[in-house]
Design a binder for this molecule. Sequence first.
Ligand SMILES: Nc1nc2c([nH]c(=O)n2[C@H]2C[C@H](O)[C@@H](COP(=O)(O)OP(=O)(O)OP(=O)(O)O)O2)c(=O)[nH]1
Ligand SMILES: [Mg+2]
Length: 128
Amino acid sequence: MLVRVAAGIILRDGAVFIALRKSSQHQGGLWEFPGGKCELSEEPEVALLRELEEECAIQVTENHYFKTVSHDYGDKVVELLFYKVTGFTGEPIGKEGQEVRWVSVVDLPDYAFPEANVPIVDALISAL
Ligand SMILES: Nc1nc2c([nH]c(=O)n2[C@H]2C[C@H](O)[C@@H](COP(=O)(O)OP(=O)(O)OP(=O)(O)O)O2)c(=O)[nH]1
Ligand SMILES: [Mg+2]
C-alpha cells in the first residue's frame, strides 16, 4: 500500500508549527508537520492547502516545495511531499483536538518524529 502525503512545514519568525499525532493514528504519539493523504488524482499542493485548513484552520497564501521522502514503515509505504509554508492567514490551531506547539527550528531534535522525518529535520537544522 503506497500512500502519497502532503505535509506543511509552517514557518514564522524562526519557529515551526508542529502537531502531535494521536495514539490511534499510524505513527501515533509522534510529532509531525501537519498534513495528510492526497485524494485520488488530487495534486499534492491542493491536498496541502486542504489539509492545513482541515487540521490547523489556516489558509495557505505562500508555499514552496521543499523535499520528497519515501519511506517503508513495513505496514505502509509513504511518499511524503514536504512544503515550506511561509505565508498564511488565520492563526494555526489543533482543529482536530491534537496537541500543537510552535518550536524553534533549533529545538526540533528534542521532539520525536516518525522515521521518514529524520532527513527533513536534519535539512532544516543544517540550513540554520
Ligand atoms: N502529516 C504527516 N504525516 C506524516 C509525517 N511523517 C510521516 O511519516 N507521516 C505519515 C504518517 C501517516 O502514515 C501518513 C499521513 O497520514 P495522515 O494520518 O496525516 O493522513 P490524513 O491526515 O489524511 O488522515 P486520515 O484522514 O487518514 O485520518 O504519513 C508528517 O510529518 N506529517
Ligand atoms: Mg493528517
